[in-house]
Design a protein around this ligand. Structure first.
Ligand SMILES: [Zn+2]
Length: 428
């Protein structure tokens, strides 16, 4: 069996230290992974993994060149469904929101492990998504995040088929819609709906590291705050309550209070990302707005940040309304434009321990981390879920200059396959 050389993971995720004992891992799981990887069909799959990489580059290029802007993933979904089915899966279908779903039946009583990569990119319609090759790298928007994740799913499905691995639990292959931005995880939200297909555990494939195991969901809540008032002429109506002036106070008070929240407790961040409104330099605006992003791995921290924002708006409006000479008072509206829950899968959880043991088996030093991915929803629902890397090396995620290169790309496929099979159980 080919054992990979050590690969350094590069990523923008937050590293979170686990206790030395826990990261050492559970001796039982280390032994279980050793038994699993001694089985002939698993040895065969691990040996085949590097051979699949050169051929799957064509899949990566083809899928990358099918644009998949937020809310417009349908064309890529239908091609990905065909590709999944061609790996030997009985049937790949597209659900009501556009997720691609293919089930590989296990021998058991219906437990299901889902493996998920997202179909959508952050790039709007009209972006040139032609793949260009320069110096061993493939350049194109979305090629790594997360199109390579989709290709990893294809290669895992191929290995299961070719090595004839029979699992106890069903495996659900999912190409999800709406992972990025205002998609707000709508694909996985639909998948995990009440009355949806059974999902007991989830492995999301996203991010670039071969050694990182994301067991913490970095949650975010996003608001658009709109301040409205009568509006009028800058000279003739001077003295009206001005929503743009109030918005400046909101930003100031929020920044002061939110900084205190971030400086105490779990890691958190906040950002006033966009502001706007008004019609002319010589008009008192009738409307001014801001879009604000609040994040933490701890839901209580996100609540505190939201409270800081609401208090800042109350105080700013109060002051601005009191300062006016005439006209109606200002009014504030909060619109929730994004909500990704946060949470943590405890280190003792079997899926996390299996991922630690597999990562060490591959000769890598595992790290735990936090990120915002499709796994946020199952984690917040209390389901065991982790995120593993997509393989290879890359850079420039969410930028037009995004690139990906196939360096040791099979390692991530081997890792995902082993964790998936360990979690699903192999039929004796
Ligand atoms: Zn992604």
């Amino acid at each position: 069996m080919k054992l990979p050389a050590l690969v350094l993971g590069i990523g923008a995720m937050v590293c979170v230290a686990g206790s030395a004992f826990a990261l050492q891992g559970d001796a039982d799981q280390t032994a279980a992974i050793q038994r699993l990887t001694a089985r002939s069909e698993i040895v065969q799959a691990l040996e085949l993994a590097p051979d699949l990489e050169p051929g799957s580059e064509a899949d990566l290029i083809e899928l990358t060149e099918i644009p998949a802007p937020p809310f417009e993933e349908a064309a890529r979904a239908s091609r990905f469904a065909e590709m999944l089915q061609a790996t030997g899966l009985a049937q790949a279908s597209i659900d009501a929101v556009g997720n691609v779903i293919a089930r590989r039946a296990g021998s058991g009583a219906g437990e299901t492990v889902a493996i998920v990569a997202h179909l959508d990119t952050v790039f709007p319609a009209g972006t040139d998504v032609t793949v260009r090759r320069r110096g061993g790298r493939l350049y194109a928007p979305g090629i790594g995040d997360d199109t390579r994740g989709l290709v990893l799913l294809l290669n895992v499905a191929r290995l299961l088929e070719r090595a004839e691995i029979r699992t106890v639990a069903d495996i659900l292959f999912v190409g999800s819609v709406g992972e990025e931005g205002l998609g707000d995880l709508r694909g996985v939200r639909h998948l995990l709906r009440r009355g949806g297909p059974r999902v007991d555990r989830m492995i999301a494939i996203d991010g670039g590291s071969d050694s990182r195991i994301v067991n913490q969901a970095l949650g975010s809540r996003r608001y658009r705050v709109t301040l409205t008032g009568p509006g009028g002429h800058s000279w003739g109506d001077f003295g009206l309550a001005n929503p743009a002036h109030a918005l400046g106070r909101v930003t100031h008070y929020f920044d002061e209070a939110a900084a205190l929240v971030v400086n105490t407790g779990a890691p958190a961040s906040y950002n006033v990302g966009r502001i706007g409104g008004g019609t002319s330099v010589n008009a008192v605006p009738s409307e001014s707005w801001a879009e604000i992003d609040l994040r933490s791995v701890d839901p209580a921290q996100v609540d505190r940040l939201e409270q800081a924002l609401r208090d800042a708006v109350t105080q700013a409006l109060d002051e601005q309304n009191r300062a006016r000479d005439r006209g109606e008072s200002l009014h504030a509206d909060f619109e929730l434009i994004g909500d990704r829950p946060s949470g943590t899968v405890p280190l003792e959880t079997l899926l996390v321990q299996q991922a630690l043991a597999v990562t060490r088996f591959l000769g890598l030093r595992p790290q735990l981390g936090a990120a915002s991915t499709d796994a946020n929803l199952p984690i917040a629902d209390g389901l065991p879920a982790i995120t593993l890397g997509r393989g290879g090396t890359g850079g420039g995620a969410h930028a037009i200059e995004e690139w990906w290169a196939p360096r040791d790309a099979h390692i991530a496929v081997q890792r995902a396959l082993l964790v998936l099979v360990a979690s699903a159980g192999v039929v004796d």
